[in-house]
Design a protein around this ligand. Sequence first.
Ligand code: SAH
Ligand code: MG
Length: 211
Amino acid sequence: MPISPQLEQIATATKGFMPPDEALALFEAASSARPGAWLEIGTYCGKSTVYLGAAARTVGAQLITVDHHRGSEENQPGWEWHDESLVDGESGRLDTLPSLRRTLRLAELDDVVTPVVGNTQTVATWWRTPLEFLFLDGNHTEQIAQHDYEAFARHLVVGATLAVHDVFPDPADGGQPPWHVVQRAIASGDFEESSVTGSLRILRRIAPVSS
Ligand code: SAH
Ligand code: MG
């Protein structure tokens, strides 16, 4: 089933970093995932969250989306992906949480999506819930990208889906950490690749977590 025109329109109007073909591939991958808990790392203003949330609604899953809402390095003043309109007047810092709230309200996804406002390093210390779907789209430094994979992919059950965004095998196209994460996942023998759309990679867990 395709995404509803109404939700697609809301997602298109939401600020973010997800081209339409990759967003639809993400929606499709999520639509064939099983119900249960789904986790998104890197919410920003909720663009990808609408696609995942729309799929979660039809499948009967619950989506948790994690972000400290202060932006990544490249979103800070003076950097390429800085958006002045997202700066909070009082603190002078980037704050994408109000935009996310608005997105979820417009998309009527408040009952399907639970935002968690925090660092992935902090959330990882208490996260225990097995996952049917994981979307990695947070910090793209080598250290944190590897951390997010290590901390959360281990909660994916066999048959669950791992989606990784901004995967660029050619350094000329973009930063390498997400590509390193995909290579690591496949080399571990725990995952196999099921599709590639632009910089979006969809993998499936084929082996249980070894503890
Ligand atoms: N999925 C979004 C884009 C996410 S951008 C979309 O579709 O548009 C990456 C996000 O990761 C930013 O909002 C940033 O605040 C968040 N982020 C970066 N490092 C983080 C960390 N260590 N913990 C939690 N969130 C982080
Ligand atoms: Mg991204």
